[in-house]
Design a protein around this ligand. Structure first.
Ligand SMILES: Cc1cc2nc3c(=O)[nH]c(=O)nc-3n(C[C@H](O)[C@H](O)[C@H](O)COP(=O)(O)OP(=O)(O)OC[C@H]3O[C@@H](n4cnc5c(N)ncnc54)[C@H](O)[C@@H]3O)c2cc1C
Ligand code: SF4
Length: 488
């Protein structure tokens, strides 16, 4: 029986004081020595239960085994069989709820640091490998596929279909590609050079990227099919429509939805105003409402923008927060103040219409509500006022409504999510497929990628059937496997 060290090999991080002053990446990644040490904690299980927790079925045991013997190139090839965005997933996947939660070492020991090892391998490959090269598809097909939205769902569909020889066009409403990877997740968690590299790789595969096109306004899905000659459409428009509190004063200047705030900071580079022309203001005292991943991103950005005090205001307790433990701890190390059991009642402004504070009330936790978490109950007479000149509302998002509203025959559910068959992404409209947050509501990068992967398979099947007027021959459908040796 090998000796297993009980704790995960630590991830070196930049000093919190240095982090507060800039946008450098916080987690510095494993060195070779640390990666070897961590990979050697793996038991190399006969039944690798960790893999059941991975939505895209990365062969975890096999890649970790290769890392353990120093075969980093082999490890990269193994991951690339199933995951097109390992440098991204290795940084942002909530592994503690996925693969690592299933690891056989739990609960006696820490799980193997699968996410950290995936990042190490992807970074090693970016620095030392050949990027997987670009392999031209064996067949060139003529049925065009349109993809709406360039988030992880759309990028995955594009990659898979381009490798099968389809002409693929991604239409993106914004001026830059990557979806939340680009405009939502800050640079200090996910350097944008990584997203750029993955987009470039797709371009090299032949994927056409068209920006500043809002499907549903500039052109509709019906027009893409009827007038522009697309044989199939994938909708991956995400869940970027913010939820507000509907409290008095919410329209004051200086109050943003998290999506607007993060878009200004990350995409429009508001931190370099006036070099870039979108301002966001230099806060003195920031308050971010909510305690999920987006709230942590908002509050940590406000610190980097120069806030002397940055608060998380949350109506429940620390136990109910939605943020990843790792990001929560890093926010705490950077000096974020957590106001648990605190509920905003109204926003207070000055004579010029700028926010200056929040009237709040303390809460205590009652019986569980529909979400299974204990309901916050206001404590009578506990009202107080907190100062704030920047408020970010990070209470979650709804699916973007434009495409469903402008596409005839496309069914949505009560939450506004497009109704799609889970194994295929097929919608109520023939030839229109959907996946990612627009179907599930706000979820994760890896789930969006998994949905994209399944939809690409289904679109391939659909187009083969349309071309042949009959079921796709099995040998055509099986032509997938070898293509995925190409890394993204
Ligand atoms: C701030 C923030 C932090 C997050 N952190 C994490 C994390 O750490 N780990 C994790 O796993 N997940 C995280 N998530 C969630 C994750 O990013 C999403 O689940 C994932 O990006 C969903 O992918 P998607 O492709 O479905 O949509 P998106 O990434 O939202 O991409 C949709 C794209 O479609 C475009 N679009 C929308 N409407 C149209 C239209 N009409 N025409 C053309 N284009 C359109 C949008 O501009 C966007 O680029 C985070 C989310 C946010 C907001
Ligand atoms: S379950 Fe854990 S120990 Fe077993 S193969 Fe997977 S990572 Fe290694």
């Amino acid at each position: 029986m090998p000796i297993v060290y009980p704790h995960k090999t630590a991830m070196p991080c930049a000093d919190p004081e240095e982090r507060r002053r800039g946008w450098i990446e916080v987690a510095e990644g494993y060195t070779v020595e640390r990666a070897l040490a961590e990979a050697r904690r793996c038991l190399n299980c006969q039944d690798p239960v960790c893999e059941q927790g991975c939505p895209v079925n990365v062969p975890i045991r096999d890649f970790v085994r290769r890392v353990a013997v120093g075969d980093f190139e082999g490890a990269a090839r193994t991951i690339a069989l199933r995951n097109l965005l390992p440098a991204i997933c290795g940084r942002v996947c909530p592994v503690e709820h996925q693969c690592e939660s299933q690891c056989a070492l739990v609960p006696r020991q820490d799980p193997v640091g699968i996410g950290r090892l995936e990042r190490f391998v992807a970074d090693w490959e970016r620095a030392n490998g050949n990027g997987g090269g670009v392999v031209a598809p064996e067949v060139q097909r003529d049925q065009k596929v349109a993809i709406v939205g360039s988030g992880p769902a759309g990028l995955t569909v594009a990659s898979d279909l381009a490798q099968l020889g389809y002409p693929v066009t991604i239409f993106e409403a914004l001026h830059a590609f990557g979806g939340v990877l680009r405009y939502g997740i800050p640079q200090y968690r996910l350097p944008k050079e990584i997203v750029d590299d993955d987009i470039e790789h797709l371009k090299a595969l032949g994927v056409e990227f068209v920006r500043d096109v809002i499907i549903g306004k500039t052109v509709t899905i019906d027009q893409l099919v009827d007038d522009w000659g697309y044989s199939a459409v994938f909708v991956g428009t995400g869940a970027g429509s913010p939820i507000f509190m509907n409290l008095p004063g919410e329209n004051l200047k200086g109050i943003y939805s998290a999506n607007e705030f993060l878009t200004r900071v990350n995409l429009m580079k508001a931190y370099s105003f006036p070099e870039y022309d979108t301002p966001v203001g230099r806060p003195k005292r920031a308050a971010v409402i909510g305690a999920g991943d987006t709230a942590m991103d908002g509050v940590r950005c406000s610190i980097r923008l120069g806030a002397e005090e940055a608060h998380i205001v949350y109506r429940r307790s620390e136990q109910e927060k939605g943020a990843r433990q790792e990001d929560y701890e890093r926010a705490r190390d950077e000096g974020v103040i957590f106001d648990w059991l605190t509920l905003p009642k109204r926003f207070l402004g000055d004579e010029n219409g700028w926010v200056r504070g929040i009237e709040c009330i303390r809460t205590e936790l009652g019986e569980p509500d529909a979400s299974g978490r204990r309901r916050p109950v206001p404590v009578p007479g506990s009202e107080f006022t907190m100062e704030a000149d920047l408020v970010v509302i990070a209470l979650g998002t709804n699916p973007n409504p434009l495409v469903p509203r402008t596409t005839s025959g496309l069914d949505v559910n009560a939450h506004g999510c497009i109704v799609a068959d889970p194994p295929t992404g097929a919608t109520s409209r023939d030839g229109v497929f959907a996946g990612g947050d627009i179907v599930t509501g706000a979820a994760t990068v890896i789930l969006a990628m998994g949905a994209g992967r399944r939809a690409a398979t289904a679109i391939h099947d659909y187009l083969l059937q349309r071309a042949a007027g009959k079921a796709a021959p099995a040998d055509e459908r099986d032509a997938w496997g070898p293509l995925f040796f190409t890394s993204f």
